[in-house]
Design a protein around this ligand. Structure first.
Ligand SMILES: CSC[C@@H](O)[C@@H](O)C(=O)COP(=O)(O)O
Length: 347
């Protein structure tokens, strides 16, 4: 069983990840041969973006199963729980990580006495292939919201690199272009980790789109000048009421979009919706290293001794979200009812 995309390759006994920390200057891979190495790669952001983290976690779980395949009964169950927990501890906000691990763990529990490694590998491949299909479908639905000549603003990276392939927010843009619409895209640099400048700009330029990089604090002025027709972002977790956790700075953009009458769209798979979380206040927000703020790359830019606050995500309240684009269609308010409906859960 093999899989090869820009973001990841599954060879059967290793997960090869493009090292997103080094892009766009260096295109280099990190080879993971154990679940511990996959967990470290997620934690260190070799691989990042909610759907990509989910798929990588699933393959990490398979590697764990291979490492412990000599065990039986209780010993095996304990070891697989340990694999699950080690990968789950890496990053707290993107629910796709927990969604994929739950799916893998349930498969393991159901497979038990059969060839569980084979069953798990099949499940991980299914998660990865489904993700590609899902993103294409998000694109098909989302592109209907855009028209020829539109200018889009996006934040962070919700492209092929943040998924197994194709992307969510960038998937919508790609699908529109594939449908013959000419688009221009403003890309927020996305301080402090610079996913926009380093990853999204790289992807869009390769796709041949007119791509304009701006600093995050320019978005308001660009909107005020009437240069933006729609904002499209991805999501790390969507609460039952439609509140959206996404990369820090997303909330600011949503407020600005409201102020300027610009539609604010969130493109995300159903696996990003967490009905167990009532509203955004219950979503855990990851705080990352102070060095991401005090430094650009390895260059220190802030005074020694300064205090730092570095939340990696924020929550945009549902009333600021014009629509949520999923693989099953476009969801509009009231989200409380319509998200459940699209997920096939009784409201
Ligand atoms: C399709 S990716 C959606 C989100 O995961 C993305 O916008 C984002 O916030 C990524 O954050 P990151 O910290 O780079 O993993």
């Amino acid at each position: 069983m093999m899989l090869k995309t820009i973001t990841m390759q599954w060879t059967g006994d290793s997960l090869i990840l493009i090292d997103q920390r080094k892009l766009p200057h260096v295109v280099e891979n990190v080879v993971c041969k154990s679940y511990e190495e996959v967990a470290q790669a997620i934690k260190d952001m070799v691989v990042r973006g909610a759907p990509a983290i989910g798929a990588a976690a699933a393959f990490g779980y398979v590697l764990g199963a291979k490492q412990f395949s000599h065990l039986k009964g209780e010993h095996l169950s304990k070891a697989m729980q340990q694999v699950h927990d080690a990968i789950a501890r890496t990053r707290p906000t993107a629910v796709n990580l927990f969604w994929a691990l739950k799916r893998m763990h349930e498969k393991f529990l159901a497979a038990k006495d059969q060839d569980f490694v084979k069953a798990l590998e099949e499940e991980a491949m299914k998660i990865a292939r489904e993700d590609i299909e899902t993103n294409r479908s998000i694109g098909r639905h989302g592109q209907t919201l855009l028209k020829d000549g539109d200018t889009i603003l996006t934040h962070c990276n919700a492209g092929a690199l943040a998924t197994v392939d194709y992307g969510t927010a960038l998937g919508v843009i790609r699908a529109a272009v594939e449908n013959g619409k000419r688009l221009r895209v403003y890309v927020d640099e996305t301080r402090p980790y610079l996913q926009g400048a380093r990853l999204t700009a790289w992807e869009l330029v390769q796709l041949g789109l007119e791509t304009i990089l701006i600093c995050d604090n320019m978005a308001g002025w660009v909107m005020k000048q009437g240069k933006v027709n729609a904002v499209i972002v991805g999501a790390d977790r969507i609460a039952a009421n439609g509140d959206v956790a996404n990369k820090i700075g997303t909330y600011t953009l949503a407020v600005l979009a409201k102020r300027h009458g610009v539609p604010f769209y969130v493109a995300a798979p159903i696996s990003t919706i967490d009905l167990n979380v009532k509203d955004g206040s219950q979503i855990p927000i990851e705080e990352r290293s102070h060095k991401e703020v005090t430094h650009v790359g390895d260059l220190r830019i802030a005074a020694e001794g300064v205090k730092v606050y570095n939340p990696a995500f924020d929550v945009t309240e549902h009333d600021l979200v014009t629509a949520i684009i999923t693989e099953r269609g476009i969801v509009r308010p009231p989200y409380e009812v319509n998200l459940k409906r699209i997920m096939g859960v009784e409201p």
